[in-house]
Design a protein around this ligand. Structure first.
Ligand SMILES: [Cu+2]
Length: 150
């Protein structure tokens, strides 16, 4: 299975392993287009791995409707508090514990709307890797974990 998102057409296409199109869905990417600059209100492309310092804060800004940001159960360092934003809610996550923080948008988890934040060293990586994530999220987290070890 493969998912392709066209920003130009605002469309998500789901393909089977043999390359045939299974379904198309309308999607809404950021109003400001695509880009990877911090605070640009653009849709960043590719996988989302954030390296931060212990004590840093990460702000999740609601750029378009229907998404939330929350920590993934089991993908948190020891002593870190879980956080769950409501749809369209801006939340601030404080990275007070060292390790990896798995982040997801709950409604689009299976589509791979995830990110991984590393504060300091990825000390809880092995525990985080044991968490089962659905669909595309599982594949992306696997890639992000591999990158986190570098
Ligand atoms: Cu979402």
């Amino acid at each position: 299975m493969r998912i392709h998102i066209s920003v130009a057409q605002q469309q998500l296409s789901l393909y089977a392993d043999d390359g045939s199109l299974l379904r198309r869905y309308p999607v809404s990417t950021a109003k400001a287009g695509v880009g990877e600059c911090c605070g640009s209100f653009q849709t960043p492309r590719g996988r989302h791995l954030i390296r931060a310092k212990i004590g840093d804060t990460v702000r999740f800004v609601a750029v378009d409707k229907g998404h939330n940001a929350e920590t993934v159960p089991g993908m948190l360092p020891d002593g870190a508090e879980s956080l769950a934003g409501k749809p369209n809610e801006e939340i601030i996550l404080t990275l007070d514990a060292e390790g990896v923080y798995g982040i997801r948008c709950k409604p689009h988890y299976g589509l791979g709307m995830v990110a991984l934040i590393i504060a300091g060293e990825p000390v809880n990586l092995q525990a985080a890797e044991k968490v089962k994530a659905p669909g595309k999220a599982g594949k992306l987290f696997k890639e992000l974990f591999a990158e986190a070890e570098k």
